[in-house]
Design a protein around this ligand. Structure first.
Ligand code: GAR
Length: 219
């Protein structure tokens, strides 16, 4: 039987900078998040964010897509690698790959992603520029369980960030990113506490159906 007090075991997947990974590790180090990162896996051996894990002697692994004939074979190898660590939750933190349906189904209810927009608005890339060009006054970030749809899946929580006069994609991205860090830690803590769950009917928060994403105040 699972120990209710054991920290939630995470495997984190990254492709680059790893600032969300760093926020998660800092929160664990500071005792604000009852989780343990057992491994960080990247599709790029040179992802700068891997350094945050190495500094803490956490296992890092890189799996180069060029070594695999197709997406399904790559994802099966990735799945095998993740499952070696038997995580309670797989955390996509800037992992910039489309995942195959078999992979997503295997981790149903224990695979989450952070995306820099108020989903369902602006799925895909370049969200900050698109929000500015669309004249949106409010932008933000979302954390969601992953389903087979790109940047789809039930949204657990969002944080809203105002678009300011004179914002460029970079200035807006920077302000959103700071909020992402708080949002991701908060949602992972909820999952660690068993407060957020996903079943066939959808999301539950504290046992109640969650019909709309939780909205967090920007800090
Ligand atoms: C973050 O802004 C994250 O929301 C985004 O990539 C960035 C990774 O930054 N993810 C996506 O766009 C997923 N569709 P980080 O490597 O510094 O955490």
């Amino acid at each position: 039987m699972a120990d209710a007090h054991a920290p939630l075991k995470l495997v984190v997947l990254i492709s680059g900078r790893g600032s969300n990974l760093k926020a998660i590790l800092d929160a664990i180090d500071a005792g604000r998040l009852s989780a343990a990162v057992c491994a960080v896996i990247s599709n790029r051996a040179d992802a700068p964010g891997l350094e945050y894990a190495r500094q803490r002697a956490i296992d890092t692994l890189a799996l180069d897509p060029a070594d695999y004939p197709d997406r399904e074979t790559y994802d099966r190898a990735l799945q095998g690698m993740i499952d070696l660590f038997n995580p309670g939750l797989v955390v996509l933190a800037g992992f910039m790959r489309i995942l195959s349906p078999g992979f997503v189904r295997h981790y149903a209810g224990r695979l989450i992603n952070i995306h820099p927009s108020l989903l369902p608005a602006f799925r895909g890339l370049d969200t900050h520029r698109r929000a500015i060009e669309a004249g949106h006054e409010v932008h933000g970030a979302s954390v969601h369980f992953v389903t087979e749809e790109l940047d789809g899946g039930p949204v657990i929580a969002q944080v809203r960030v105002p678009v300011l006069d004179g914002d460029t994609p970079d200035t807006l991205a920077q302000r959103v990113l700071e909020q992402e860090h708080h949002l991701y830690v908060k949602v992972i803590q909820w999952i660690a506490e068993g407060r957020v769950t996903l079943d066939e009917e959808g999301l539950r928060f504290d046992g109640e159906r969650l019909d709309a994403p939780k909205q967090l105040e920007a800090r």
